[in-house]
Design a protein around this ligand. Structure first.
Ligand SMILES: Nc1ncnc2c1ncn2[C@@H]1O[C@H](COP(=O)(O)OP(=O)(O)O)[C@@H](O)[C@H]1O
Ligand SMILES: [Mg+2]
Length: 247
């Protein structure tokens, strides 16, 4: 299994980058992909054109808070183990797993262990994993997902954004996450947002994603990025970026 995690401050273009990577994988027959939306404020499903009616956390909550309807002799943990699979939303070439809000009313320690086991099992079932993370990387830090082959930190070409990318990188170092390689991906999510000069933040730059009017259009109309025209500038540069990873 090859895993890519995308991190960065909100609004930098993480979800867009994740969706374009998924689209690139699908095109080059790198499938099945497990797409993980680990940002509670995220909308990876919209970028991928998938309807969602459940999250992993909603399934855990529902079962752990259930007071009746559990057959005699069956523990909640056992029932949960059985239903975790329901969290996977199947689509063409990829399955989407939406983590959901992590702050539940109780602490389900047993459930957390089940979640870890579940994620481990998933890693065995999919050759590719693309994970859209929240800025604080809660799920990575809770170790629901262990090692990551490639961490892509999305940043916009502004000093503020680059500094924030640096902080996120430092955080991953402190958490002692097993990340094989980390890179910066510069995303011009505004027109004319090119950097005046190169700023080195101690992370190799894997590539630049230029501003793309087609992406803005999708975002305004709410159309999935999987339907972007193939001549999209951003899509083409994601292809260049992915090539460098030599997956
Ligand atoms: N290459 C790009 N060209 C134009 N707009 C972009 C590009 N990348 C991202 N955007 C826009 O920037 C905004 C934030 O992107 P999004 O992927 O939702 O960020 P995040 O997931 O980091 O919060 C969205 O409106 C998106 O359409
Ligand atoms: Mg997002």
């Amino acid at each position: 299994m090859f895993s890519i995690a995308v991190a960065g401050k909100g609004g930098t273009g993480k979800t867009t980058l994740s969706a374009l990577i998924i689209r690139n994988f699908l095109k080059s027959n790198k499938r099945p992909i497990l797409a993980v939306d680990a940002d509670p404020n995220s909308n990876l499903n919209e970028a991928l054109g998938v309807e969602i009616d459940r999250t992993l956390v909603s399934i855990v909550d529902k079962i752990m808070e259930k007071k009746e309807d559990i057959p005699a002799g069956v523990t909640k943990e056992r029932l949960l183990e059985y239903h975790l699979q329901d969290a996977l939303i199947e689509s063409e070439g990829f399955d989407l797993l939406v983590m959901g809000h992590t702050e539940g009313p109780g602490c389900y320690c047993a459930a957390n262990n089940l979640l870890k086991d579940f994620m481990e099992k998933l890693r065995e079932n999919y050759p590719y994993l693309v994970m859209d993370n929240e800025a604080g990387m809660e799920h990575l830090s809770r170790r629901t997902t262990r090692d990551v082959d490639t961490l892509l930190i999305a940043a916009n070409p502004t000093l503020v954004s680059l500094k924030s990318a640096r902080r996120i990188y430092e955080m991953t170092q402190k958490l002692k996450l097993k990340i094989k390689k980390a890179y910066l991906v510069l995303i011009e999510n505004q027109p004319d947002s090119k950097l005046e000069e190169e700023i080195d933040i101690g992370l190799p730059v894997l590539g630049n994603i230029p501003y793309d009017e087609e992406i803005k259009k999708c975002s305004i109309k709410g159309t999935p990025l999987l339907d972007l025209p193939t001549n999209s500038l951003a899509l083409q540069s994601v292809e260049e970026v992915i090539k460098k990873l030599k997956i």
